[in-house]
Design a protein around this ligand. Structure first.
Ligand code: PRX
Length: 657
């Protein structure tokens, strides 16, 4: 493993001494107040489970911990869709808006109340039943940010069918890989999606994926852009036709009682090998965890807040904090289909003004884009409705934190910097906005009922001022229940370094006040725009190209995306690279994985730096990519290789400019 505390992060930490105590008026009305940190672990989660969810049958045991596997709320029966939709309608909140949906093409909007949502979900669940979907049927969903995406997810949960949502930017290979791993029988997609004024051909990609996914017998296609797409007779069904004769009466399709530990969904994420891991999330613990954190961290007031998590539902952030947590808490949310800069760079701020958004949750990479565009776009709009801001996905640099607070939050709103992962399901390290004194760049404290720590190499807990590996010492309700079909990888990845302690894969430091500072990944996982991509995944995509002999991938720091991908490529027969070849390789990676994995830079080199035993020295490549002085080169088989690469990298950069 590499050094968990990169020097630049330590520097940031030493320089950053500004603090922001919670405003008195915020503190006085906050959902999390007083002694919340003092409530004992078991009491906290027992209460959250009982009070936050509606159960068909109460649980009789809080949790069972047989490392590395946990179960929560044992013996309970419940349904996620019931908790997110039906119970709110039954309680008289049917007319409350669940989603203010804003389409990307300007002017297109839809207002969806909880009663509408229930009707839409019931009708679509009945439609899925016609295709044989029932409790336990695995379903894949490949859609853009349209209201039908949460409808499809909720319809699955209503029937007890586990889903995997695949982000609409992934390639056919990525989609079929996930579908095959989970053995999905149905795929739900749409004709095309809107993105920055052009269309993304989702059905076309879905067709390619279906051809490689033999278990998938049916495909449901939502009409979104209305452009022509080929439909395969007998296999493909238009969403609106399939549900045309289906009842939308809740009684026609009751919510399936599920066991607390039944599979809710898989979410695939990159690890240190080429194959993404299917992270398992189950029913009761996940829902309790996301609803509790959403309530306390975002201080959600269901009757007055307009909450907007500007992530994509295709990632874990969207699952936990657009769909399941917020709906469980009867939130009124904004759902936006498009990009922040379409038709212009003030689009987000016009949405905040239009819907009087009170809580905004986004990622540092987005904040840095807005920073780059300049504050004038935000200044064109009235953002005074905002009372709380959030950040997620990667470490937020203090400069971006301050910009966010001053330019979006009028130097008034607290910012919650929330650390968590696909695997953790819910936020684990975070401020509580009415309690915590904030420090720009620090995610501050473990959430109540979460036992996090920082360990050194030997497994000793480091004290204030120390750095090391972030670990979780106790299970938590929304934790992953394993990697789908791969017990060994689960044990190896998270549980092999320290006994019965979860290794998050992030480096961290703890300061004198006990606040946590996250320092980024310690493994070969990159974080580009808040998205996890493994170096090995990109390397395999590159060597899959017929001209590539060898490739090594690492990341470099980037002012907007956090990290950017740099690939070092040796062509077959020692051929020289060209600008055309470079584009061809970038597109090849986009085709194999998706556009998010396209290398920002490719350096062609006749050889890669290797140790005498043949291991590629990525550390040196990272030094070159980041213009750092080269580290120890004494173990290199051929020390001249790196200087040659450094020379070529410099040439490539000056060509860029
Ligand atoms: O490195 C951490 C970083 O994102 C990783 C998790 O990525 P993913 O599973 O894709 O989930 C992203 C959304 C939850 C972590 O291991 N990360 C996430 N949030 C933060 C963060 N790093 C620093 N600060 C954060 N607030």
């Amino acid at each position: 493993m590499s050094d968990p505390t990169p020097a630049h992060s330590i520097e940031t930490m030493l320089l950053e001494e500004r603090t922001y105590p919670p405003p008195a008026d915020f503190a006085a009305q906050a959902n999390a107040r007083g002694d919340i940190y003092d409530v004992p672990f078991e009491e906290f989660w027992e209460r959250e489970g009982r009070e936050r969810l509606t159960w068909f049958e109460a649980f009789n045991e809080l949790y069972e911990w047989e490392p590395p596997y946990a179960k929560w709320y044992l013996g309970g029966k419940l349904n996620v869709c019931f908790n997110c939709v039906d119970r709110h309608v039954e309680a008289g909140a049917g007319e409350q808006v669940a989603f203010h949906w804003e389409g990307e093409p300007d002017g297109e909007t839809r207002t969806i109340t909880y009663a509408d949502l229930q009707r839409d979900v019931v009708r679509f669940a009945n439609a899925l039943k016609k295709l044989g979907v029932r409790k336990g049927t695995p379903v894949a969903i490949y859609m853009g940010m349209v209201p039908e995406l949460p409808v499809a997810m909720l319809a699955c949960t209503r029937l007890g069918a586990p889903h995997t949502v695949v982000f609409g930017g992934f390639s056919a290979d990525s989609l079929s890989g996930r579908m095959n791993d989970m053995k999905c029988e149905v795929l739900i997609t749409q004709d095309e999606a809107w993105r920055r004024g052009s269309t993304v051909p989702l059905k076309k990609v879905a067709d390619e994926a279906m051809a490689d996914a033999p278990a998938a017998k049916s495909c449901v296609v939502l009409r979104r852009t209305g452009n022509d797409v080929p439909m395969q007779e007998g296999r493909d069904h238009w969403w609106h036709e399939l549900e045309a004769d289906c009842s939308d009466d809740a009684e026609s399709c009751p919510c399936e009682p599920m066991d607390s530990e039944d599979l809710l969904f898989l979410m695939y994420t990159s690890g240190t090998t080429a194959k993404p891991k299917g992270i398992i999330h189950t029913t009761a613990g996940y829902l309790t965890g996301v609803a509790a954190t959403h309530n306390y961290i975002f201080d959600l007031k269901p009757d007055s807040d307009v909450y907007w998590c500007a992530a994509d539902i295709g990632w874990i952030t969207g699952h936990s904090y657009i769909v399941y947590g917020p709906l469980c808490n009867r939130t009124t949310s904004v759902l936006y289909e498009g990009t922040p800069d379409f038709p212009d760079k003030d689009r987000w701020w016009s949405i905040v003004e239009k819907y009087k958004v009170t809580i905004l949750y986004t990622a540092p990479t987005a904040i840095r884009s807005h920073m780059k565009w300049g504050p004038e776009f935000a200044q064109q709009h009235d953002l005074s409705s905002l009372r709380l801001l959030g950040s997620v996905g990667e470490p937020i640099n203090p400069e971006a934190w301050i910009w966010y607070r001053e330019n979006i939050g009028a130097d008034r709103t607290p910012i919650v910097d929330t650390w968590w992962q696909t695997e953790t399901g819910m936020i684990l390290i975070t401020p509580l906005p009415g309690i915590t004194t904030l420090k720009p760049g620090s995610a501050t404290r473990p959430f109540p009922g979460v036992d996090a720590g920082i360990y050194d190499e030997q497994g000793n807990e480091v004290g204030p001022g120390g750095g090391g590996y972030l670990v979780l010492k106790k299970p938590w309700p929304a934790m992953l229940r394993g990697i789908f079909g791969d017990d060994e990888r689960y044990r190896e990845t998270y549980w092999s370094r320290y006994e019965d302690v979860y290794l998050a894969g992030d480096g961290a430091r703890i300061d004198r006040d006990g606040d946590f500072w996250l320092l980024g990944r310690i493994d070969d996982v990159m974080n580009v725009s808040g998205h996890r991509i493994s170096t090995i995944e990109v390397e395999s995509a590159l060597v899959d190209h017929h001209d590539v002999a060898e490739a090594a991938v690492c990341s470099r720091a980037d002012a907007v995306t956090g990290e950017a991908i740099v690939a070092y490529v040796t062509l077959k027969g020692g051929a020289d690279g060209s600008v055309e070849k470079l584009e061809e390789l970038r597109n090849h990676v986009a085709e194999k994985i998706g556009p998010i994995a396209k290398p920002a830079n490719i350096v062609f080199t006749p050889e890669l730096p290797k140790t005498r035993s043949g291991k590629i020295m990525r550390r040196l490549l990272r030094d070159v990519a980041n213009n750092r002085q080269l580290g120890d080169t004494t173990t290199l088989a051929d020390p001249t290789v790196v200087s040659e690469i450094a020379k070529r990298a410099t040439e490539e950069k000056s060509e860029d400019a």
